[in-house]
Design a protein around this ligand. Sequence first.
Ligand SMILES: [Ca+2]
Ligand SMILES: [Ca+2]
Ligand SMILES: [Ca+2]
Length: 237
Amino acid sequence: MAAVAGVGYSSADASLIIDVRAVTLNGQPVGGLNNSKSISGAAIGDVIGYEVHAVVAGTDANTANDGFNTAKGSLASTGTGTVQVNLTHLMTPTFSSLFNATTNPTAHGTPSNLGGDTDTDIGVTLTPTNATVGNIQYRAGASSVVGLDQVIGTGNITVSETAANAAAINFIIGTTTATTNDPNWLEDGVAKTAKTVGVSYGVGAPLLVATGEVPEPASLGLLSLGALSLLGRRRRA
Ligand SMILES: [Ca+2]
Ligand SMILES: [Ca+2]
Ligand SMILES: [Ca+2]
């Protein structure tokens, strides 16, 4: 009978989701054609405020015995030929009690350019392990903070270059190592980790930022150069 205790809840649902959501565009609440997962028609210099949420789903009906404790990883915009966006990131105060503050004081994450493009991401690799120095390191403290949906990080996304394809921004959860087991969370009163048998965890859908503008084709630039050299020849003639 214990196996059906979760009637009304889907066992397929992941128990912990790290979810990136847009909340503001140039200081105004996201709305109209835009939503928490899609910003369209953005222009260079536009600033999108975002939140990182930790969403925990237990399988009993008690929502007071679920919460979030730790997660580590990178936050990045990825994709080929995409809009370029510079990211900033801060943990919210509740989750900023630094983990290993002496040896790894980079818990807000180190800004760096990941992905071989031109924009700034947070973290030092697109394939983080939990032990990577420079990761974002959310940490509640000795035990989980109760809550089904908590804001654990905030920051800005500033559009720096237009492109044909939308930027896809998401958190990348670090993989476990022999000595680390993040993420950690509380599920139906039981502390869970990435290494707990049978758990599932992951990230939500990426936040997409599109400019809706096609950049000037390289061929147009070459044509302009050709016209200039033609002018030069005429002048010499
Ligand atoms: Ca990028
Ligand atoms: Ca980048
Ligand atoms: Ca519960």
